[in-house]
Ligand binder design. Structure first.
Ligand SMILES: *[C@@H]1O[C@H](CO)[C@@H](O)[C@H](O)[C@H]1NC(C)=O
Ligand SMILES: *[C@@H]1O[C@H](CO)[C@@H](O)[C@H](O)[C@H]1NC(C)=O
Ligand SMILES: *[C@@H]1O[C@H](CO)[C@@H](O)[C@H](O)[C@H]1NC(C)=O
Ligand SMILES: *[C@@H]1O[C@H](CO)[C@@H](O)[C@H](O)[C@H]1NC(C)=O
Length: 349
């Protein structure tokens, strides 16, 4: 189980921290308060399983933000559910430590073949997120083997712009994260791809969302959220193009790449991940509209927020980066004591 794996690491981490000159340089931004008296002015909450991890019988999976109100199994218990790989060693999301990524010249530009096709989309509150489905859109390039097709996208968010993303960059959490889920051409459904034996059967394009200018494309989608407030409600968004929701194509050559999993149970390790460097911008009102409008349940008692999985151990996996230029946010990287940082990161992740 995850907790067995992590508890000793916590001990090591605390030892390491106690021995170090502070302030702690890494902007660790993990979602939950650590239920331990920390021997340090550790201003940043750490999320580690500890006592949260006892299994509490069978149930349906949920996010940590739902655990108190519902009897359901939060992220630390996902691996207790039957038929999941949630305790596997190549899970997602991860923290991407930008000073450690490896450049790979084969990670070229994508070919977004159908992303400019006008479509009618179906928006659905699936009880975990808003899931948008559409006719498959072809994608190739980007160092992917073969052609994939986009079949849905969904989002992760919080009730503020301070957190909400699943992946973190150097410990920094973004306001939201958009996942466009693609499957290899030979598959018909995400389920089929997740159960097949192709390690890269699913390609997810991940976009970080930051607080910034108002985004007109998302404006149309957001104004429909009030029709899907409750679980299992759906609505139609007519005549839209996926490319209008994304940064312009010339900004999509820079991305991180690693092998991971779905970020919801069964957490199948069938995903080749792309996380774009260029964030999508929404304004604060647009970002908080999701948590203000949507509910996890059909009785509208639990606002849908913090629907993100905590970061997982990266282990031996390498995170690669595309493009020729220097992608590293050097100002940030340079202020870190490299040895200390890699020690902390390897202990944490
Ligand atoms: C995950 O759990 C299953 C069954 O509980 C076990 O067989 C498997 O070895 C575990 N995997 C890891 C990576 O811990
Ligand atoms: C969207 O739906 C409308 C009304 O049903 C239909 O007229 C239109 O052709 C559809 N557009 C696309 C791109 O499928
Ligand atoms: C670089 O990316 C290409 C395309 O995805 C991949 O086939 C290759 O294995 C990667 N190189 C290394 C050293 O991992
Ligand atoms: C969000 O961005 C706007 C301007 O882009 C800024 O005025 C506002 O303070 C930001 N909100 C937060 C919580 O950072």
């Amino acid at each position: 189980m995850g907790s067995a794996l992590r508890a000793p690491r916590l001990g090591l981490l605390l030892l390491a921290l106690a021995a170090l000159p502070l302030p702690l340089p890494l902007p660790l931004a993990l979602p939950l308060p650590l239920p331990l008296p920390l021997p340090l002015p550790l201003a940043l909450p750490l999320a580690l399983p500890l006592a949260l991890a006892e299994a509490s019988g069978q149930g349906h999976w949920c996010y940590q933000s739902q655990v108190k109100a519902e009897s359901c199994q939060g992220p630390w218990e996902w691996s207790d559910l039957s038929d999941t790989q949630c305790n596997g060693s190549e899970q997602s999301p991860v923290n991407i430590f930008t000073a450690q990524v490896k450049h790979n010249a084969s990670l070229g530009p994508f070919s977004f073949q159908d992303y400019d096709k006008k479509q009618n989309w179906t928006l659905k509150n699936n009880g975990h997120s808003v899931e948008v489905t559409f006719e498959p859109l072809r994608l190739s390039g980007g160092g992917l083997q073969g052609t994939y097709k986009a079949v849905q996208f969904h989002l992760h968010w919080s009730d503020s712009v301070e957190q909400g993303s699943e992946h973190t960059l150097d410990g920094e959490r973004f306001a939201m994260e958009m996942h466009i889920v693609h499957i290899k051409e030979k598959f018909q459904t995400v389920t089929e791809a997740s159960e097949g034996d192709d390690r890269e059967g699913i390609a997810v394009l991940g976009f970080l969302v930051k607080n910034g200018s108002e985004n007109p494309a998302f404006g149309n989608l957001i104004s429909l959220l009030k029709k899907i407030q409750e679980k299992d409600q759906s609505s139609l968004l007519p005549e839209v193009r996926l490319c209008d929701f994304l940064p312009s194509e010339d900004k999509l050559n820079r991305y991180f790449r690693y092998l991971g999993s779905l970020t919801t149970p069964g957490c199948q390790e069938k995903v080749i991940w792309t996380l774009f460097k260029e964030p999508i911008e929404l304004d604060e009102n647009q970002i908080t509209s999701f948590s203000k409008t949507l509910f996890y349940d059909s009785k509208k008692t639990m606002p849908m927020k913090d629907n993100f999985r905590p970061v997982q151990i990266r282990g031996r996996r390498e995170v690669q980066v595309s493009g020729a230029g220097s992608l590293l946010p050097s100002a940030r990287a340079a202020t870190l004591a490299p040895a200390l940082t890699s020690l902390l990161v390897s202990l944490l992740l």
